[in-house]
Design a protein around this ligand. Sequence first.
Ligand SMILES: [Zn+2]
Length: 407
Amino acid sequence: MVRDRARKQAVRAAQGADAYARVQRQTGRRFSVAQVNADLLAAFEDAGWPVSAGAERADGGMWSSYPGPSWVLLSRRGFAHAEGREDFDPDDPGQADLSVAPTVTFNAPAAVGLAGEFVSVEVPGDQAPARVVEQVSRHLAQARAKAVAAAGSDAQCALCGEDYPAAYLLRPSVADELAVCPACAFDGDLMVGAFPQRLAYEFDRLAFEDLGAPSGWAAVAALLACAAGPGLEVLLEESWEGVLEVPLGHWADPGSLWIWLPPSDRPAALQGLGPGASLRAVTAAVQGAHPDLREAFRRRLAEDLEQDEEPAPGTAPHDYLVEQLWPAVIAYAVAFGTDGIERFGQSPPVVDLSDCFEEGVLADHFAQLRSALRPDHDLDVIFTLGVGIRVVAEALGWATDWPRPAA
Ligand SMILES: [Zn+2]
């Protein structure tokens, strides 16, 4: 107290009251790890990352969260774990030195180190949270590029024959031996009984454990999650007892699905986002840049159907657009666009996505997930997917009739 007053007087005498206030701010800095954690999660969200609610308290001195494909830990250096004490509070002045800035440990994938490439870096937590997000985004983009480049081709999609690592082929039907690529997930040759529950768990494991997985799988997941009836998470938990995991949060909230974005040749609409973003942020970015997409869909469909007669007086024209599926349409255009650029280094998409959906197979998947949508009875679903994906891809500047590259 005495020392502070002496210092106060000395500073005042030398530099005046304003300078004193400045010196106090610089020397008396105290960090609340809880606050830094909240600010950091807000910065991830601002940058378009999906962020789940996160922990309500520090566990063993560390705040833990899962933004996008990562696992982020926030601790005060020198006090991490506090020798294993679970009740250690990094913001209690009796237990920790509050002038020590927190450290951010960024790990990706969330199950870091289990499969292939990963990133695990520490960055200082005393800088602006947006700057932390920029730094870890750069690390994530590099690790993603390495993982995609390192992916081998020890297997082929059972339907189209495209080369993939075996781990990246998933099983959408009850036929255990039919592992396919994302473009073939709803192919007509899979009319053997849909098994979206298993596909959901296989997708979750891939997303949680592997940084190199084809981006197209997120589009498949988006379609299933958008189409599903209410309570999908519970349905997934109850409907398949072959696993110990719980379904990831994006099944209850498809907007929080992580979509990998093109590392280069990126459409203007996606320029402001990082290496990936939530489906919610991607949808907002695409619609923000192209607010007329829904109208373009309706115009294109009218052309395709050669509908030139006006609706009867007093009746509204039939609107084929299924709003519920629109985010999935954007996910297909963007995620397969990323896949085209990452895997083949050419303008996406490399497959005609409007051919990816067989009505009966899709209907089987939707029925399993208690969807009210009936693609086998209702043409709107197929029109929205097929025509909608073409319209979105073209708005992003991507041609949609490119052939697959020669093997
Ligand atoms: Zn395939």
